[in-house]
Design a protein around this ligand. Sequence first.
Ligand code: FMN
Length: 389
Amino acid sequence: MSGSNGSDGSGPAAALFRPYELPGGVQLQHRMVYAPLTRCRAFGNIPQPSAATYYSQRATPGGLMISEGTIVSETGFGYPCTPGIFTQEQIDGWKPVVQAVKDKGATFFCQIWHVGRASHPHYQPNEELPISSTTKPVSGQCFSLKSMQMEDHLPSRALAAEELPAIVEQFAAAARNLVAAGFNGVEIHGANGYLIDQFLKDGINDRTDAYGGPIENRCRFCLEVVKAVCDAIGSEKVGIRLSPFGGFLDGSDSHPYALTTYLLEELNKHNLAYVHLVEPRVAGNTDLEYTLHSIAPFRSMYKGTLIAAVGYTAENGAAAVESGHCDLVCYGRWWISNPDLPRRFRLGAPLTKYDRATFYTQAAEGYTDYPFLEDSEEGKAFLAKLPAN
Ligand SMILES: Cc1cc2nc3c(=O)[nH]c(=O)nc-3n(C[C@H](O)[C@H](O)[C@H](O)COP(=O)(O)O)c2cc1C
């Protein structure tokens, strides 16, 4: 069989198909990580049977998947139809989803999430103001569940220091619930301008107490969450996602290298499953914009497993592994529209383009109906041209 198209694993994406062992002894068969991707199809905030189909379509033997952001408590919501993990119904809703992924031989981490001020009273108990490190509202708008249209963010309520242990415990309880639901571990969502990032970044955090001001203070809440979650389920079951340079939801910092250096030094003290860094490229509902910054300096600072995310292709992902830029590469949008993305990368097969219009809609369209290679005319034609085994 010819290796020119990589069908024997020797093509341009070959480095992505080297095995890797996570701390805790999890054996991965390849380096591609399915990204945390909110899909807004968890009606009543409970994962639906369609989620089992969706995730199992994308699960691979020896692969690592991270679930969509999953909300740790009633005050954590800020988007329609996102799943939670603080009621028995939510735990039970996740169980068949996790089982379906495990049946495919994949390792499944769940991303635990509190959106903080990126919410709106319409999502909050008693329509109270969302909570945050600050009272400053996010600039821009959010989708209101009541008016069903975009509305300005309102000011938030700054949490008192005495309230923080209870929020920290919500993350720990969520982690315990997720392990009870069968997940292999959790990813703490410390990125993209959500609650933890609202403490980390001086573009948001304007506190003057022990949780604001100097870097050590702004990292305190994040590190308390990490410690509590590690204590709850074991550090080798815990990952964390950070966006050192992200400006999403105003989550930027005046000294991103200093902030992230301190954080990584502290995270080195735990034997975490991984640290997951968002590259400084804008994604989501816009096309990529590249910036001058890079996560590259953080590789040598963090001693454990490093995942890099945003804007990766087969070629630059493999190059990132080859060069030691990261250990594992996270793929989002292309894995939405190509359920068999690792196979396509290995074969050098054509990709189905993702449809942004269905990222956050509630139907099966754009969710469970993207074709496998065999299911499209283009894919069939490609497979027919491959040398026979
Ligand atoms: C539809 C959609 C939903 C997303 N949801 C989440 C999420 O729940 N948690 C998170 O940390 N990032 C989320 N992201 C960001 C992705 O995890 C990923 O970083 C982003 O898509 C860039 O990677 P890519 O270039 O491979 O798509 C989302 C992105 C998209 C497009």
